[in-house]
Design a protein around this ligand. Structure first.
Ligand SMILES: [Zn+2]
Length: 186
């Protein structure tokens, strides 16, 4: 009788534990996401403030990883001397010295000003929900480029650029702003 009671108790405890686990995890997940929001809040403007400050296209590209239509951006055929900065946080990212005309319809750079100024991420969005597509075509996994300071989406980097780096940073005009070099006769 007692043993049976204990077994029943133990079964209940075990099942309660199992039931509790997801609740604890979701609590933790909420806590982490709250912490993340707080952190982001200190470091960056709110989404609402960004929406008010940026154009709809700049917001869509930088905050929702959108892509402007090719050959439409302000800096596609722009070759003045100066610096290209993140449109969101104004961090300097690319120099006009590394800009080239790739013919692809977006501003292209051979190199980034400093590797620490960007972060790279595997972008599988091209396959939509069809992951089998990516297993069959691993070469279609693109490398996304984000601003390391504010995480704004910039564009993608490809390995088909000119020497010396062979890189092609394909960047949306909507993600960047141009600061002319002092004294440059543009
Ligand atoms: Zn930034």
């Amino acid at each position: 009788m007692l043993l049976g009671h204990l077994a029943k108790f133990s079964r209940q405890t075990t099942s309660q534990l199992f039931w509790r686990t997801p609740k604890i995890s979701s609590l933790n997940a909420r806590w982490f996401s709250d912490q993340k929001k707080i952190k982001v809040g200190i470091k960056m403007e709110s989404k609402e403030a960004l929406r008010a400050r940026l154009t709809p296209l700049q917001y869509q590209v930088t905050q929702e990883a959108g892509t402007e239509r090719p050959f439409t951006g302000a800096y596609d055929k722009h070759f003045d001397k100066g610096m290209y900065v993140c449109i969101v946080c104004k961090q300097e990212l690319f120099s006009s010295n590394t800009k080239f005309d790739s013919g692809c319809g977006w501003p292209a750079f051979n190199d980034v000003l400093d590797k620490g100024k960007i972060t790279l991420h595997k972008d599988t969005s091209i396959a939509g929900s069809n992951l089998l597509f990516l297993i069959a075509h691993p070469e279609r996994i693109r490398t996304e480029v984000r601003c390391a300071n504010c995480a704004a989406h910039m564009g993608h980097v490809f390995e088909d650029g000119p020497p010396p780096t062979r890189k092609r940073y394909c960047i949306n005009s909507a993600s960047i702003d141009f600061i002319a070099a002092p004294g440059a006769d543009n």
